[in-house]
Design a protein around this ligand. Structure first.
Ligand SMILES: Nc1ncnc2c1ncn2[C@@H]1O[C@H](COP(=O)(O)OP(=O)(O)OP(=O)(O)O)[C@@H](O)[C@H]1O
Ligand SMILES: [Mg+2]
Length: 247
């Protein structure tokens, strides 16, 4: 199957330092792909390249098998993707306004917007917040709005960069449960950056471990976590002391 996104011989350099060196990397349709690694490994940089938000120093990025000319990414391609970051970056306005924004920009008719926003408010369990100003939400509420805002445009790929990292444990668990179900029911392709083993174990079905700008191991998530290779074991085994992966 042709991958949705493919990187070929990518390097990313900044301030005379090589930050990423990735000979090949793919996003397949329908997968929930995790990208895990320690702080500074290059995860967010990789995510930005995959989402065409930044361009590599060298190499090609392909969308459905065709190379995309860097620096000239068409709006229609950008609009296939949604991104949710650790900081929810909501705008000063109601929750309804924030969730509607992607559809408003796409000039979707008002009645359709109303119906879709209601639908996504309900799925994320935040209908009661619709009229509240988004700047006064708790961290957990704001992250629900952030994810609903990303999902309402029905992205072909949803990119997530540590969206749960700032949440307290019970809030995180409840939101991850709801989110996992929504992703599975909508069959959305998702790419999820995290340094947290529990999150990637629970959510993802394929996992790439990145250390020092290189993909050191990738494969089905349970297999990678259970059988780290010589390059990933020191990172993964630290985690597994606190979050043992049962055999
Ligand atoms: N534009 C840039 N200029 C200079 N250095 C950069 C630039 N972008 C990224 N870096 C460096 O590249 C490395 C990887 O950064 P990146 O943000 O991708 O890491 P990360 O894996 O997402 O880390 P974290 O877990 O802390 O979010 C870091 O050392 C960072 O300082
Ligand atoms: Mg990061």
């Amino acid at each position: 199957m042709t991958p949705l996104i493919e990187l070929k011989n990518i390097t990313y350099q900044a301030q005379n330092r090589r930050i990423l060196d990735i000979p090949e990397f793919q996003i397949q349709e329908g997968e929930f792909l995790g990208i895990m690694g320690p702080n500074g490994a290059g995860k967010s940089t990789l995510l930005k390249l995959l989402a065409f938000l930044d361009r590599p120093s060298c190499g090609d990025i392909l969308y459905q098998g065709a190379a995309v000319t860097q620096g000239d990414v068409p709006l229609e391609l950008r609009r296939k993707f949604s991104i949710a970051l650790q900081q929810s970056l909501l705008l000063d306005g109601t929750v309804f306004y924030n969730i509607a924004i992607g559809l408003t920009l796409r000039k979707v008719p008002k009645q359709v917007i109303k119906e879709k926003v209601s639908h996504w408010l309900e799925l994320f369990g935040i209908s009661h917040l619709a009229k509240k100003n988004a700047l006064y939400l708790s961290g957990g509420e704001a992250q629900r709005v952030n994810l609903a805002r990303a999902m309402i445009v029905e992205p072909e790929i949803l990119f997530l960069d540590e969206p749960f990292s700032a949440l307290d444990f019970p809030t995180k668990i409840k939101l991850m449960e709801d989110f996992k179900q929504i992703i599975s029911e909508t069959n959305t392709t998702a790419v999820f950056v995290s340094h947290d083993l529990m999150e990637v174990h629970y959510l993802t079905n394929r996992l790439a471990i990145i250390v020092s700008g290189e993909v050191q191991q990738s494969g089905p998530t349970p297999r990678v976590l259970e059988y780290p290779n010589s390059s990933t074991q020191s990172f993964l085994n630290e985690w597994k002391k606190f979050y043992p992966i049962a055999r």
